[in-house]
Design a protein around this ligand. Sequence first.
Ligand code: KIV
Length: 254
Amino acid sequence: MPRSLRECKNQRKITVITAYDYPTAQVLSKAGVDVLLVGDSLGMVVYGDTTTHFVTLEEMIRHTMAVMRGHTSGLVVADLPKSSYDTVEMAMESARKLTAETGVKVLKIEGCPEICEALVEAGFEVMGHTGLKPQETSKMKVKGRSQSEAEEVLKEAQALEAAGCLAVVLECIPSELAQKVTEKLKVPTIGIGAGPHCDGQVLVVSDLMGLYSDFQPKFVKRYAEMGDIMQAAAEKFKSEVESGIFPSHDQSYK
Ligand code: KIV
């Protein structure tokens, strides 16, 4: 792991995967993933909501604690959830609580360069996020196809860098725009649905592992079919219990 994400820019690609619990953090650390993101996608992936909008700061604290206990390498980044940073004062208080109670060092928020700047000035490390901002909308839609939207995304990415963000997530924007933003910024860009030119890539763990089947965006690649593996294991357990194969002597106390 390089000393900072910034050192990776133009050297090697950065890998980021979301994590919400202790065992997943252990596995992703062992795999050498650079950043474990406790994303507010938690709301959908773990709690089955249709948006990230109902995730609370308390839930983020609980899940970030679990990830902090499980991770053995790499950087942990935690999202400040929607409505926890409506004002600079709220952002400060939420950031203070999340970092103090979990030990996490880096926070991510969506948009809001002025809030990022205030947090950075107060000594917090912040990852920016622009393009599609799920805390603003529940619609999965590519952002930046029109000239005006593309300019808006580039402007916000530059404002996030100027605010002191250590990296900027680019979500669901055309590849050419992501390339332009990546070339313009000195800090790394981390893409999700933003094509191959970003400095790093992030995916939601359950999408990548093939555990989440409710909805699969075009940008997801499934690297495993964990849902099928888990279902087969559960079916085998059921059949062995019903037929008396499990537990055997090996799994029983004398
Ligand atoms: O909450 C999340 O998982 C995220 C990623 C999609 C970047 O913000």
